[in-house]
Design a protein around this ligand. Sequence first.
Ligand code: ZN
Length: 141
Amino acid sequence: MAMDSRLVEELANQLRRKRLSLLEGVAGSQRAARALIEERGSEIEENAQKHRIAGLVSCLNDRDQKMIEEIDVTLKRIDEGTYGQCASCEDEIGSERIRALPTATLCIDCATAREKRQRSISVNRSSEWLITIDSEHYDRS
Ligand SMILES: [Zn+2]
């Protein structure tokens, strides 16, 4: 069953606004960092320090950029008409979950299962585990 088109439209608009403000934020902090480096260019003789500032900014931006990517994927899914459908089991994600987490690509069951699996990977790093997970992954695709 397709998602409520009004809800999809509303969420799409929300995501587009969010994307725009994230992009502005990323560009803004890059400008600020550049200005800081230029302004203090004579003071900051050491390249290491310039790198540290640049690194700090890119670290902050990484999170935002990842969020922008998630939004892009979601907007693409809206365009393709697959929005609201679980990327793994193709069940409906459910409007409640979508409303709470508009960029969700998995239904709650698949998301929980994946989380559990990821936790097992970090707890149990034996190669046997990784092989099991790998073959599972290939079966599905
Ligand atoms: Zn699912």
